[in-house]
Write a protein that binds this ligand. Structure first.
Ligand SMILES: NC(=O)c1ccc[n+]([C@@H]2O[C@H](COP(=O)([O-])OP(=O)(O)OC[C@H]3O[C@@H](n4cnc5c(N)ncnc54)[C@H](OP(=O)(O)O)[C@@H]3O)[C@@H](O)[C@H]2O)c1
Length: 264
């Protein structure tokens, strides 16, 4: 039974909405009557996602874009604003993780992780900010990770990118605080999605073993936690009490973080 959201947005843009956490959020919003506009690279995935939203799909739409492409992202999001209007909610979940020991990672992987997760978030924000600031009441939610609060061995580039998303969002919020637009960061723990399944394919055995006792959420759990927070979105949305406790403990006691998390 989904938790009822008191004032669901009329229109939401979901950047990375064709799969995983973004699609789960699209479904939850569509069920509450929100018109959703999905964005991702693959037109086939977008088409399938749109169909999965059900008969109410007539009110929904999808557009292909690659957040790594600054000019392309600005063009597609500009067209979407003109076609659909200014959304009350923008959720950016376009991103990916790959585990690799630093120095053993394939050439170009770190650059791509940073291009999609960090620069991609900036490209989306840059394209939508003028409209969002003018409207003055919306929510911009970027996605970091628990690995953006607690640096994880095996995820050097990913943790750097996701810590970067937090730094970007904090600075941006302080820059535009007069405009009424709320900027938050979603920090999911491990979540069962196509992206997580792809990440697990070539995860080093040591990293897999270290995750055995870690609880994994469903994409729907994460979407519901995010939507519950929408009326008064905090700086950080961290689904799962155990995730919040872990993040707090490592922030307060970094040496404890080293002891627990260091490579065995
Ligand atoms: N799942 C987890 O365990 C977990 C944990 C912590 C944080 N996160 C973060 O949560 C976010 C969503 O993760 P997820 O597991 O839901 O991922 P997912 O299942 O792989 O879905 C990612 C979505 O983003 C789109 N996308 C990927 N790269 C893109 C690009 N360059 N430009 C535009 N769209 C792009 C994908 O569509 P296309 O492939 O067609 O582009 C897809 O719609 C990511 O930022 C991830 O780092 C995930």
């Amino acid at each position: 039974m989904p938790t009822r959201h008191p004032t669901p947005p009329r229109l939401a843009f979901l950047i990375g909405g064709s799969e995983g956490i973004g699609l789960a959020t699209a479904r939850a919003l569509a069920a509450r009557g929100t018109s959703v506009v999905l964005f991702g690279r693959s037109p086939a995935k977008l088409e399938a996602a749109l169909s999965s939203l059900g008969t109410a799909g007539a009110r929904h739409a999808a557009h292909a874009l690659d957040v790594r492409d600054r000019a392309g992202t600005e063009a597609v999001l500009g067209e979407a604003l003109a076609l659909h209007g200014t959304p009350q909610l923008v959720l950016v979940t376009a991103g990916f993780a790959r585990a690799a020991w630093f120095g053993e990672d394939e050439v170009g992987l770190a650059e791509d992780i940073i291009a999609v997760n960090l620069l991609g978030s900036m490209n989306v924000a840059r394209a939508l900010l003028p409209a969002l600031r003018t409207a003055g009441t919306g929510r911009l939610i970027l996605t970091s990770s628990l690995a953006g609060l607690v640096a994880v061995p095996g995820y050097t580039a990913y943790s750097a990118a996701k810590f970067g998303v937090l730094g970007f969002a904090d600075a941006l919020r302080r820059e535009i605080h007069r405009d009424g637009l709320r900027v938050s960061v979603l920090c999911p723990p491990n979540t069962r999605t196509p992206g997580f399944a792809a990440e697990n394919v070539d995860k080093p055995a040591e990293v897999l073993a270290s995750e055995e006792k870690v609880r994994t959420l469903s994409a729907e759990d994460v979407a519901e936690a995010m939507l519950r927070a929408l009326p008064r979105p905090p700086r950080l949305i961290v689904p799962g009490a155990d995730s919040r406790l872990a993040a707090l403990a490592v922030r307060l006691f970094p040496a404890l973080g080293d002891a627990i998390l260091r490579r065995k």
